[in-house]
Design a protein. Structure first.
Length: 232
C-alpha cells in the first residue's frame, strides 16, 4: 500500500495568523505519506518563494520536492507542489497550464515509489464553478493526450462545495473518489473542498482527514490522506 496525502497549507499561515513552516512540517510528519500534494506552497507575491525551503525539508522530513523549474525560488507552479520520499524515482514532471481569470495551474509527475509507477497530479481549482469545470476538462484532456499512461492519482483543493455536481461530476466519469471527509474549515470542518481521486486501475484502501491539534491550527484546511494499491 502507498499512502498519499493532499494539504492546502495556506503558505504556513495558521488559524492563529502566524506563519510557522516548522508547524506545517510537523503536520506532514504526523501524516507520514509517501506522496504529498501541496497547495499554496509558495508565497503569493514577489519572486513567489517556497515557504518550505530545501533546508527545512532536509532537516525535518523524509521528502524531496519535485523540481518543476517554473520559477527559481518556487517549489511548484502557482502554489502547487509535490513531495515524494527521498528514495523515490522521478521519471518525468511538468506544469499544466489551466484556463483561468486569475493565476491557476496544476502540476504532474511520473514517479516510482514502493516499486509502483504512478502519475500524480496536484491542483488548486478556481473559486468560480464555470472555471472549475473548464479546468477539470483541461486536466482530463491533458491526461488523455499523454503518449504514455500510468495509474493516476489526482489530489488537491477543488473548491467545490457541491457534494456531487460541477467539476466533481466531470472527474467522476474517469476517476474514483476516496471517502476522505470534511476538511474545511480546520477549526470546524463543514465542507469537502479537498479531494483525492484515482484511476480505475488503482484501488483505495483506508482514507480520512488528519485532525490532530497541530493540523487544526497550522492552516485553515485539514490535510486529507488515502492508501492505494493496484486494482485486482
Amino acid at each position: 500500500m502507498i499512502k498519499v496525502a493532499s494539504y492546502n497549507m495556506r503558505k504556513s499561515i495558521g488559524t492563529d495568523r502566524r506563519r510557522r513552516p516548522e508547524r506545517t512540517l510537523q503536520v506532514l510528519c504526523e501524516i507520514n505519506a509517501d506522496v504529498i500534494a501541496l497547495q499554496e506552497a509558495d508565497r503569493r507575491f514577489g519572486p513567489r518563494e517556497a515557504v518550505l525551503t530545501g533546508h527545512l525539508l532536509a532537516e525535518h522530513g523524509d521528502w524531496k520536492a519535485i523540481p518543476f523549474g517554473m520559477r527559481a525560488r518556487s517549489m511548484g507552479w502557482h502554489g502547487n507542489a509535490l513531495l515524494v520520499r527521498k528514495d523515490a524515482q522521478i521519471m518525468d514532471c511538468e506544469a499544466i497550464h489551466l484556463p483561468a481569470l486569475e493565476p491557476r495551474g496544476a502540476v504532474m509527475a511520473d514517479i516510482r515509489v514502493g516499486g509502483q509507477a504512478l502519475r500524480i497530479v496536484g491542483m488548486h481549482l478556481d473559486l468560480s464553478g464555470l472555471w472549475r469545470r473548464r479546468q477539470a476538462h483541461a486536466i482530463i484532456a491533458h491526461l488523455q493526450a499523454s503518449t504514455r499512461q500510468y495509474p493516476t492519482v489526482l489530489m488537491g483543493d477543488l473548491n467545490e462545495w457541491s457534494p456531487h455536481n460541477g467539476c466533481l461530476r466531470d472527474f467522476a466519469q474517469h476517476f474514483d473518489f476516496a471517502a476522505t471527509g470534511k476538511s474545511f474549515h480546520a477549526r470546524r470542518p463543514m465542507a469537502r473542498l479537498d479531494r483525492i481521486m484515482v484511476s480505475r486501475d488503482l484501488a483505495i484502501g483506508a482514507s480520512g482527514v488528519h485532525e490532530s491539534m497541530n493540523a487544526r491550527t497550522a492552516s485553515d484546511h485539514l490535510p486529507i490522506w488515502a492508501t492505494i494499491r493496484p486494482a485486482g
